[in-house]
Design a protein around this ligand. Structure first.
Ligand code: HEC
Ligand code: HEC
Ligand code: HEC
Length: 185
């Protein structure tokens, strides 16, 4: 019998409209012209002064979804160099470990990289309000994520979209122990 909770096809159907939207909106160019993005006023006097997204973003490491930039790569490669803090008293804290979230049914295990997140974010952006800082203490499910909780607070909003299953579900179960051991080094 089909176990609804663990059906990837259920999520695929659920996500189909979201999945097709980007194809619709980026048809032609990867990035919409400002005059055609449904945000800027095409008749406004500033429209010719503003930089087009394609001009700025096409120079960065490319991605296949969201706003088509691989931001983690852009940062690691030094293609961008954002200010780390606005106030000098702010301490920047990087945490390097990976965590493996294994309640993924038939899907590959989720690897959560602390490093890729703390390069952008403060611990307080996630702890303790959205994630208890204790391994296994958070009852995360895919449905809750799709409803905008846990990872879904950012992914699908300001970080790569939830249609990119494999970027989170990146660890095949038969390689789990091997990859865990490697990440501890
Ligand atoms: C993007 C969100 C996010 C940010 C930012 C973040 N964490 Fe976490 N953290 C998590 C998640 C998700 C878990 C896994 C919880 C689970 O297993 O249920 C976790 C687990 C932990 C744990 C327990 C497991 C471990 O690694 O030992 C500690 C301690 C922790 N975080 C500390 C920190 C600190 C310190 C910072 C800042 C330097 C930080 N975290 C930044 C999301 C985040
Ligand atoms: C932003 C990261 C992220 C993305 C993208 C993502 N998932 Fe998940 N998924 C998770 C996390 C975290 C869990 C919970 C793991 C845990 O608690 O051990 C999960 C759990 C699941 C589960 C287990 C059953 C359940 O209902 O929780 C399934 C099945 C699943 N995801 C399917 C998918 C499919 C299919 C996609 C793509 C359409 C997808 N996921 C995209 C992070 C993600
Ligand atoms: C507070 C916001 C926030 C939350 C919550 C969050 N992320 Fe992210 N995540 C980001 C940002 C920002 C990036 C970098 C931009 C991008 O890749 O789109 C990122 C990048 C990633 C990457 C890519 C790393 C790389 O090397 O390319 C993975 C994988 C990931 N997140 C998984 C998760 C999982 C799994 C969860 C939930 C357990 C989660 N994230 C929760 C904001 C968040």
């Amino acid at each position: 019998m089909l176990d609804i909770r663990y059906s990837r096809w259920l999520y695929a159907i659920f996500l189909m409209p979201i999945l097709l939207l980007p194809f619709h909106s980026v048809a032609g160019s990867k990035w919409r012209e400002l005059s055609n993005d449904n945000i800027h006023d095409p008749d406004g006097s500033a429209i010719d002064v503003l930089q087009q997204p394609a001009e700025a973003l096409s120079k960065l490491p490319q991605d296949t979804s969201g706003n088509m930039v691989n931001w983690v790569k852009a940062l690691e490669e030094g293609a961008i160099n954002p200010r780390t803090n606005l106030w000098p008293e702010t301490k920047v804290k990087i945490r390097n470990n990976d965590l493996f979230l294994e309640n993924t049914g038939e899907m590959p295990v989720v690897r959560f990289p602390h490093r890729a997140h703390t390069l952008w974010l403060d611990c307080k952006n996630c702890h303790e309000k959205y994630f208890i800082s204790k391994e296994g203490a958070n009852p995360i499910t895919m449905m809750k994520i799709l409803q905008g909780n846990y990872c879904g607070r950012c992914h699908g909003a300001v970080a790569f979209p939830l249609t990119e299953c494999d970027r989170c579900h990146s660890v095949p179960r038969n390689k789990l122990e091997q990859i865990k051991a490697k990440s501890r080094k």
